[in-house]
Design a protein around this ligand. Structure first.
Ligand code: PLP
Length: 383
């Protein structure tokens, strides 16, 4: 049997339909969209059609969509681009949640030190949720940006983005939302939810790697970080990744068209994992919110194991899973997300994440339900 791929939060395979739309822009339609001649214009037309499509699908305006090299760049650009502009108005306070992806947390910490900004890291509850009241209480006259993700990559928890967006709008503070994990499963409509900046990434949506977008709503204070040819209305210089942009738009369109079918496929499979695994492994802890979570996402703490050991055993047994804890230079780090949720260090080293996709089958889930208890028993014997 082909190894079961249970790591769709890390990346997804490229949809063949997306690849087919991208392909001409690698070869016969190779023009630089900044060129005046017909090769350039052909590429330009494709980029602008993609921009319109992305904007329409998100309830934004085309001129608010800035294409980037992915989610990491979009997040870095949101944090630094907004805070550079806000600092000039004396707004030097920044708030981010404790469970953000490192591509939000790290630039927030780095630039706070370098630029002398004040940083508030917002706490979360046991399920990984931010309390909007904590945001309200934490706002200052000098707050320049709040950044809270739509869905968490490690535990799948959805944040109360509507409430946060309204609250920030009333306070006149831009809210940045990392929607990299949410975009495949949540219908995002910025015409109804007043988010100021939104990050996306192609490869989490059955689109290509190395492409993403930052939506910057009109009127949001913003300073460009990449200077040069003035592409993307001067907000992000650099020759555009035309096939990637075409692919991002196609992937987002398909995600929206097929959203209900994709949810209907993954949710029951995921629900079986959440229900049956704790029955088979009695001390297993489900992490993340029981209901307010991504429909394809199951996450656990497996007491008494090191995640890296368990993942290697599962890989050998034919299951590609992941953990919450990142491995830096060979040393596993406890998950900052689980620590922020109140788990202890050992528990934060024992995260297990299973993220499903449209090709996963009931047979794979059943095989996994049988295999995990054995792998856990084996992992527990490793000192
Ligand atoms: C929540 C979240 N934000 C940002 C990123 C980074 O996106 P990219 O891989 O496109 O740089 C990821 C990727 O794991 C993510 O899960």
């Amino acid at each position: 049997m082909k190894p079961a791929y249970f790591d769709h939060a890390a990346t997804t395979p490229l949809d063949p339909r997306v690849l087919a739309e991208m392909q001409p822009y690698f070869s016969e339609r190779f023009g630089n969209p900044a060129s005046v001649h017909r090769y350039g214009q052909e590429a330009h037309v494709a980029v602008e059609a993609a921009r319109q499509e992305v904007a329409r699908l998100l309830g934004a305006r085309p001129e608010e969509v800035v294409f980037t090299s992915g989610g990491t760049e979009a997040n870095n650009m949101a944090i630094l681009g907004v805070m550079l502009a806000q600092r000039e108005q004396g707004r030097t306070h920044l708030m981010v949640s404790a469970v953000e992806h490192p591509s939000v947390l790290e630039p927030a910490r780095f630039w706070s030190r370098r630029l002398g900004l004040e940083l508030t890291v917002l706490p979360v509850d046991r399920y990984g949720r931010v309390d909007p009241e904590d945001v309200r209480r934490g706002l200052r006259p000098t707050t320049g940006l709040v950044s809270v993700m739509w869905a968490n990559n490690e535990v799948g928890t959805l944040q109360p983005i509507k409430a946060l967006a309204r609250l920030c709008q009333e306070a006149g503070v831009p809210l940045h939302v990392d929607a990299v994990q949410a975009a495949g499963y949540v219908a995002i409509d910025l015409s109804r939810v007043p988010v100021a900046l939104l990050s996306l990434s192609g490869h989490k949506l059955y689109g290509p790697k190395g492409i993403g977008a930052l939506v910057v709503r009109q009127g949001t204070p913003f300073a460009p970080l990449l200077h040069g040819g003035g592409q993307e209305h001067g907000w992000r210089s650099g020759t555009l990744n035309v096939p990637g942009i075409v692919g991002l738009a196609a992937a987002l369109r398909l995600a929206r068209q097929e959203q209900q079918a994709r949810i209907a496929h993954v949710r029951p499979l995921r629900d079986r994992l959440l229900q049956e695994l704790p029955e088979r492994i009695p001390d297993l802890l489900v992490t993340g919110h029981p209901t307010e979570r991504l429909p394809n996402h199951a996450s656990f703490v497996v007491p008494g194991v090191r995640a890296q050991t368990l993942l290697a055993l599962l890989d050998a047994a034919g299951f590609a899973c992941s953990s919450g804890s990142a491995c830096k230079v060979g040393t596993p780090q406890p998950s900052h997300v689980l620590l922020a949720m109140g788990y202890d260090r050992d528990q934060a080293l024992a995260g297990l994440r299973i993220t499903l996709g449209r090709d996963n089958t009931v047979e794979e889930i059943e095989a996994f339900l049988d295999a995990l208890p054995q792998a856990v028993a084996q992992a527990r014997r490793v000192p």
